[in-house]
Design a protein around this ligand. Structure first.
Ligand SMILES: Cc1cc2nc3c(=O)[nH]c(=O)nc-3n(C[C@H](O)[C@H](O)[C@H](O)COP(=O)(O)OP(=O)(O)OC[C@H]3O[C@@H](n4cnc5c(N)ncnc54)[C@H](O)[C@@H]3O)c2cc1C
Length: 411
């Protein structure tokens, strides 16, 4: 039986661990926190996942919360006007619903399942020296430790990382008591509120430790009026600030939020990081090689809500590559080819996400505006969150955007 060590029990590490376990591999999973510590800790993400990524979980029978989590059937875009009204407001229908299951619920539950199924779970924050020691006992070591310190083993790929600094300041609050969207109270949707020059406010339903809730997620342009959460320790102060900014910049969302309260003491999060693509293979001091997974190797800003989706896709791609490789050694060439296979899809996510962080060019503004008049454009844009490769066909190149809009208007 082949032995595999996975460091990091997040979306990618756990999905891979459980997938490999089902295939008969002897898997050791190293986590720096216990399931209980994760469950009772702080929120980590907004983790909205679209149909393709959810399907990878279904394929492994890991969709434990699918019937309880709200079904997000649409994705809307609102653009604020200088007078705090809206110049654009539309919602596209998703072909398959999206869902957000609080990572505190999912990772704690998956970790317990992994252990119940006989997996070796080691609670330990791994250092590079540990990996050096452990790697000799395993056929393959995968580093799925997110954006933590172990990324230092993987060199930054400057050719694929246009930004050296964080492009948004992030501030998340999980709440109960948010009212429905008055425009479409009949179905759940994520709403992306774009406030030019200021940032974005994302509002979406989730399943958290205390049941259904909603997330208010500000992404502030660094140094701007929304970049004000750093250093705030008190969760109620964090929520009060979130609401104050909503009242000022997105009053239509504030109107739904006048009765909200935090889900729990761990229901807020603030931080920032620079989007970074890294070289996928880490070399240990003793000469052993390790392969980076998901955020370790491709960390995008959450402005497009792709990280968990990408982690699921990465885990699925790596699982297939490991199984197909049979008994052959997991050497450097295999590691590079395995990452390249993931990069085939990840490159589209990175290109689109980095584009969304910049000031939108005129043809993109036209596209987003046209979606308010032409429902097929809104629907296609929304479904691009599930398959960002489609943006190549109508988003980046002004000529392709015009041709697409002309074809929809003509039809
Ligand atoms: C504010 C915010 C909002 C987001 N919203 C979305 C969204 O709506 N949709 C979406 O798809 N993505 C979203 N993301 C991104 C998404 O959460 C991540 O990309 C995703 O969780 C990455 O999965 P991963 O498996 O690579 O790493 P993680 O989920 O980060 O898991 C890594 C795990 O490794 C552990 N670890 C770290 N170091 C060590 C160590 N040395 N030893 C042992 N264990 C270690 C960590 O504690 C963690 O449990 C968001 C992110 C943020 C910050």
């Amino acid at each position: 039986m082949r032995k595999i060590l996975i460091v990091g029990a997040g979306q990618s590490g756990l999905q891979l661990a459980l997938g490999l376990q089902t295939q008969g591999y002897e898997v050791t999973l190293m986590s720096n926190r216990t399931a209980d510590e994760i469950r009772s800790g702080r929120v980590m993400s907004t983790q909205c996942m679209f149909d393709t990524a959810l399907q990878h979980e279904r394929d492994l029978g890991l969709n434990f919360w699918e019937s309880q989590a709200p079904r997000t059937e649409g994705l809307g875009v609102s653009v604020a006007a200088p007078d705090a009204g809206r110049v654009i407001d539309w919602v596209g229908k998703l072909d398959g619903y999206a869902q957000s299951v609080d990572q505190r619920v999912k990772m704690a539950g998956w970790m317990e399942t992994f252990a119940q199924r006989g997996g070796q779970l080691v609670i330990h924050g791994a250092a590079v020296s540990d990996l050096d020691y452990f790697s000799r006992n395993y056929d393959l070591v995968l580093v799925a430790a997110g954006k933590g310190e172990l990324v230092s083993m993987f060199g930054r790929d400057a050719s694929r990382s246009p930004y050296a600094e964080p492009q948004r300041a992030l501030a998340v609050a999980y709440v109960h008591g948010l009212g429905p969207r008055p425009e479409h109270p009949d179905f759940d949707a994520v709403r992306c509120n774009l406030v030019p020059g200021v940032g974005e406010l994302f509002v979406m339903p989730t399943l958290t430790t205390g049941g259904r809730a909603d997330i208010l997620f500000w992404e502030g342009v660094p140094g701007g009026p929304v970049d004000v959460f750093q250093g705030i320790k008190d969760p109620s102060e964090h929520l009060a600030l979130t609401l104050e900014l909503m009242e000022k910049f997105t009053p239509w969302e504030y109107a739904r939020a006048t009765k909200v309260e935090l889900t729990d003491a761990g229901g807020t999060l603030a931080g920032r990081y620079a989007p970074t693509v890294r070289h996928p293979i880490g070399r240990l001091p003793g000469g052993g090689l390790v392969l980076g997974v998901a955020d370790v190797v491709v960390a995008n800003d959450p402005i497009t809500g792709q990280g968990s989706n990408s982690a699921s896709k990465c885990a699925a791609a790596y699982l297939a590559a490991i199984v197909e490789h049979g008994d052959k050694p997991f050497d450097e060439a295999w590691m590079q080819a395995t990452f390249d296979r993931y990069w085939d899809t990840a490159q589209h996510v990175t290109k689109w996400t980095n584009a969304m962080l910049g000031v939108p060019p005129e043809h993109v503004l036209n596209l987003i505006g046209a979606a308010g008049e032409l429902q097929p454009v809104a629907d296609r844009f929304a479904n691009g969150f599930n398959d960002p490769a489609d943006f190549e066909n109508f988003f980046f190149d002004p000529e392709k955007t015009s041709a697409y809009l002309a074809s929809v208007s003509g039809a």
